[in-house]
Design a protein around this ligand. Structure first.
Ligand code: PLP
Length: 368
């Protein structure tokens, strides 16, 4: 039985989020029996030839798409980006501590975990301004003795994003890219490490991608008391196969990467697609005579999570309900900031933004 795609909504969920239809359909076709294998991807040993091939192919695609230098490690881990909040300081935060950019709710969480391990210095904070923007390069100063500088490239809850690779002033730059991984081309060589939970831009929940330079990896601290699974070494040494890998999630990541590469024209194509969607939506906000008020400052507006307010909380509630009745799902803002949030990740279709924008115009006419 094939499920009709006409039943699919426009899914603005912040994550797990919309996946490319072609990836879902290929998975559906091969779910019961992976071609030539006689079994589902979910039923085979992670050490067998088929899964080994899938993992290698997925890694190779990621390296091609993102331009990952050969000297970098690519890992498929579990525990979400949240576990990286802990693993990173457990492995790298030495006596000099680490510097963090406090950019929004997720960087605050990353900092809180690092503080359990050692000293954290806030290199810049957007807190006093209500997390409405990312800092410019000249605005923060790092400590040369710090082990690394941590940033969040896109703050999912507030809807603010870096549109450049920040200058880390010589410190190894570590980036949580969970909500904008592969949304634009970037210079991987400027980062010591990028990590991302898959479930927004690159696949289903269950796998976390970690890309790390060997130079940074070689600075990992030894700690015999640290549980084996919480060190990067065991995962690097065993090519992410120390224990049972989340094979189905990795397989799905592979299908999403295939879509990025073969259907979307790589990161340049994806970036153009994201800019087109986001500019249509921001134009609707800006053209509403103040009825819709964007949260983010212009230069930090996220291409992935667009956040805005209406004249009252009652109208926001009504907006979400009426949108839902039209098949526009998942628009309620995060409880910590309120308002509306439209998550329009890589796989979100342009037509969905068009449908939202026409709903917004109609809603404003009726309710202002
Ligand atoms: C920027 C960012 N970092 C980290 C996380 C946490 O990810 P996970 O649920 O994979 O631990 C999220 C989840 O929404 C996020 O948006």
């Amino acid at each position: 039985m094939t499920v009709s795609t006409s039943q699919r909504i426009f899914n603005f969920s912040a994550g797990p989020a919309v996946l490319p239809l072609s990836a879902l359909q290929e998975a559906q076709r091969d779910l019961v029996c992976y071609p030539g294998a006689g079994a589902s991807v979910m039923e085979m040993s992670h050490r067998g030839k088929v899964i080994d091939g899938i993992i290698k192919q997925t890694e190779a695609r990621l390296r091609r798409i993102l331009g990952v230098p050969e000297s970098y490690h690519v890992l498929f881990l579990q525990g979400g980006a949240s576990l990286q909040f802990s693993m990173l300081p457990m492995n790298f935060l030495g006596t000099g501590g680490a510097d963090y950019l406090e950019l929004g709710a997720w960087s605050k969480k990353a900092m809180a975990e690092a503080r359990k391990v050692g000293q954290v210095q806030v290199a810049w904070s957007g807190k006093a301004e209500g997390f409405k923007r990312m800092p410019k390069d000249g605005e923060f100063k790092v400590r040369p003795e710090a082990s690394y500088l941590h940033m969040t490239s896109n703050e999912t809850i507030e809807g603010i994003q870096f549109h450049r690779d920040p200058d880390s002033q010589g410190l190894p730059l570590v980036c949580d890219a969970s909500s904008d991984f592969l949304c634009r081309p970037l210079d991987m060589s400027r980062y010591a490490m990028i990590y991302a939970g898959a479930q927004k831009n690159v696949g289903p929940a269950g796998v976390t991608l970690v890309v790390m330079s060997d130079e940074f990896y070689s600075k990992a601290l030894e700690d015999e008391k640290r549980p084996t699974m919480l060190g990067y070494k065991v995962h690097v040494d065993n090519k992410s196969l120390y224990n049972t890998a989340p094979v189905f999630s990795i397989y799905m990541v592979g299908l999403v990467l295939k879509w990025v590469e073969e259907e979307m024209g790589g990161l340049a194509g994806i970036h153009a697609h994201n800019q087109k969607k986001a500019s249509l939506l921001y134009k609707a906000i800006d053209g509403s005579n103040g009825y819709y008020r964007g949260h983010a400052e212009l230069e930090s507006r996220s291409l992935m999570n667009v956040t805005w307010r209406l004249p009252s909380e009652d109208l926001e509630k009504q907006f979400v309900q009426e949108a839902q009745a039209r098949g526009l799902e998942g628009l309620k803002g995060h409880r910590s900031v309120g308002g509306i949030r439209a998550s329009i990740y890589n796989a979100f279709p342009y037509e969905g933004v068009e449908a939202l924008v026409s709903f917004m115009e109609e809603f404003r006419r009726k309710n202002s």
